[in-house]
Ligand binder design. Structure first.
Ligand SMILES: [Cu+2]
Length: 157
């Protein structure tokens, strides 16, 4: 009887990791991260960005309040807005709210994670590790693919 219960528990624990490998969704408490990707940095460039969709499946709002990346001197959450006909990006103050039952998409030309003062160069086909810091859910370390991406974001500075 005990063995049966343990086996059932084992299956329950195994199942999310199997589905995670299939869909590339990373779950963390009530949060789910999809389509995480880091932009490959061009040779000589000191900046790059990362994008993803964060979904809150919980009943309470959470906030992405920070990001850490060991390959950059400074990592920030940025927004991008038109300002007098010019695209301008600025740090998101107070964190990025993820309302219950909603998704926030960080994408080219919009919200993004910004890495400045790169101390190494993330190249196409590699992977990198980031730590996302959430107000309620705490820290989540994710490994994401690095891909060459065109347009949408200024990668030279
Ligand atoms: Cu930026």
């Amino acid at each position: 009887m005990m063995i049966k219960k343990l086996f059932a528990l084992f299956l329950m624990l195994l199942w999310p990791s199997l589905s995670m490998a299939q869909t590339e969704t990373i779950t963390h408490g009530s949060l789910a991260i999809d389509r995480a990707v880091m932009r490959a940095a061009l040779p000589g460039s000191k900046v790059t960005a990362a994008y993803m969709t964060i979904t809150n499946n919980g009943a309470e709002a959470d906030r992405l309040i920070g990001v850490e990346f060991s390959g950059a001197k400074k990592s920030e959450i940025h927004s991008m807005e038109m300002d007098g006909g010019v695209m301008k990006m600025r740090p998101v103050t107070g964190g990025l709210e993820i309302k219950p039952g909603e998704s926030v998409t960080l994408e080219q030309g919009g919200l993004h994670l910004m890495f400045m003062g790169l101390t190494e160069r993330p190249a196409d086909g590699e992977t990198r590790t980031l730590t996302l810091i959430f107000q309620k859910s705490g820290s989540l370390t994710i490994t994401l693919p690095v891909k060459m991406m065109m347009g949408g974001h200024k990668t030279s500075s």
